[in-house]
Ligand binder design. Structure first.
Ligand SMILES: [Zn+2]
Length: 278
């Protein structure tokens, strides 16, 4: 899951990893609340604690801004917790088999999407704007983040919108993608330049995405190919896309070739179609 930085000016070999095992992420979210943690079976509490960094609060079954229908909430549980289900017409589960690839593209090679344990693709609802906020972004880096968000919105149809720097209250906000610049436990591995992923409910409903970019990997000079490629790659994890094969032409290649891609490959585009809104 690592990615080597080919830029000769920076010696650290680096890159990305998807923190996207859905159940672990759901537990990570739960891990931020002692009350909810009590409901996690004892054998899993260590996992929860290990994922504690950056975990988000969970507002319970009211569904927060998505306005879930409480009547459906008892239909699905994880670890005994009631889960929100979207209102009819708001969102529906998707399975990868519903998206046969076009000729020339192969799942697992040219593209992959995140799949939950119950066999569904993780994807965001289409009916609500998804704000993307930055936290502790280095001066000058905003332009490349906006470029990545708009590239992703255009290619996927997802209602992504750059919402500027976030406040402390908005860290890990529900219904949003948070882009952090700072440390992350996974950065103890020097090859990892960034992490990105989704918090997914069973059936693949995504209500939250997060990206953390390692300091020094995003330059203050707009237009740097590595900054753009890294930011776009991690944001794609935050909308449910997983890795394509290493060294391929895709932005989602598990490791990039000598030139970090900034143009979406055919596999990237198909994966964004699968998780997107058109
Ligand atoms: Zn990755």
């Amino acid at each position: 899951m690592t990615y080597w930085r080919p830029h000769p000016a920076i010696t650290a070999v680096v890159y990305l990893l998807a923190i996207t095992v859905p159940i672990a992420i759901v537990l990570a979210v739960i891990g931020s609340s002692p009350t909810l943690l009590e409901k996690v079976p004892e054998e899993h509490r260590g996992t929860v604690a290990a994922f504690g960094d950056g975990a988000a609060r969970l507002s319970g079954s009211d569904g927060g801004i998505f306005g879930f229908d409480d009547a459906g909430a008892s239909n699905s549980t994880v670890q005994g917790l009631p889960l929100p289900l979207p209102r009819h017409g708001d969102w529906s589960p998707r399975r990868p088999g519903d998206y046969p690839p076009p000729a020339g593209l192969t799942s697992g090679i040219d593209y992959s999407v995140e799949i939950t344990e119950d066999g569904h693709m993780t994807h965001w609802p289409c009916e609500h704007e998804i704000p993307v906020r930055s936290f502790d972004a280095p001066p000058g880096s905003e332009g490349d983040l906006i470029w990545a968000i708009e590239t992703l919105a255009f290619a996927s149809g997802l209602p992504l919108r750059y919402a500027g720097p976030g406040t402390d209250d908005e860290r890990d906000a529900e219904g949003a993608i948070s882009v952090f610049h700072g440390d992350h436990p996974m950065f103890s591995d020097p090859e990892i330049a960034g992490v990105g992923g989704v918090a997914a409910w069973p059936h693949g409903l995504v209500l939250q995405g997060a990206v953390t970019l390692r300091p020094g990997q995003v330059t203050p000079y707009p237009g740097d190919p590595w900054s753009r490629s890294l930011t776009l790659h991690e944001l794609m994890h935050a909308v449910g896309v997983d890795h394509a094969v290493p060294y391929g032409p895709e932005v989602m290649a598990e490791r990039p070739g000598p030139h970090p891609p900034t143009i979406l490959g055919a596999g990237d585009q198909f994966a964004l179609h699968m998780v997107g809104c058109r």
